[in-house]
Design a binder for this molecule. Structure first.
Ligand code: GTP
Ligand code: MG
Length: 177
């Protein structure tokens, strides 16, 4: 059949955010044989996720989508290993960044790491897709990934020059009832 395009994906985020659990769910033993999380096989994936331990350094995993063949670098999020991340930016085609929605204390650390990543010289000149997972959305204390109960809008503004402000006021005007 047709050969799938080979892509490298870098999976990043703080330790304990759920990177390895996510990648494990995407791996062939779950996806192609049983379908993702079909109820009959939920226990299979649960035994798999129970075995997951904190990643040391990184692991390399492979899985396929309908048109792509993914090689995922599942990095450790522990602070002592985070300096490994930048060595893989150049050869990556996309980033998956995982956030623990329940970890309010370290949300600011996750943001700092994401900022550092996006501003890295190997990243900022490229149009590399970044997928964010607001993971652990099942936790009762999880922060919402979105403002769901209100209309919202983001616009870039430069208040010194007055740029972007009219757009914001226009949007407000259209949404105030
Ligand atoms: P490092 O390898 O240390 O960087 O961590 P990691 O990001 O790979 O996290 P890992 O996948 O090892 O998961 C850490 C813990 O979070 C495990 O106990 C998982 O079972 C748990 N976990 C992962 N995803 C979820 C989720 O969506 N909800 C809940 N409640 N727990 C999760
Ligand atoms: Mg891991």
């Amino acid at each position: 059949g047709l050969k799938k395009k080979e892509v490298n994906v870098l999976c990043l985020g703080l330790d304990n955010s759920g990177k390895t659990t996510i990648i494990n769910q995407l791996k062939p033993s779950n996806l192609s044989l049983y379908g993702p999380l079909s109820d009959d096989w939920r226990h299979v994936s649960q035994t798999q996720t129970q075995d997951i331990v904190p990643t040391i350094g990184f692991n390399i995993e492979k899985f396929k989508s309908s048109s792509l063949s993914f090689t995922v670098f599942d990095m450790s999020g522990q602070s002592r290993y985070r300096n490994l991340w930048e060595h893989y930016y150049k050869e990556s085609h996309a980033i998956i960044f995982v956030i623990d929605s329940g970890d309010k204390l370290r949300m600011v650390v996750a943001k700092e790491e994401l900022d550092t990543l996006l501003n890295h010289q190997d990243m900022c000149s490229r149009r590399m897709p970044v997928l964010l997972f607001a993971n652990k959305s099942d936790l009762r204390e999880a922060m919402s990934s979105n403002i769901k109960d209100k209309p919202w809008h983001i616009c870039a503004s430069n208040a010194v020059k007055g740029e972007g402000l009219q757009e914001g006021v226009d949007w407000l005007q259209d949404h105030i009832r």
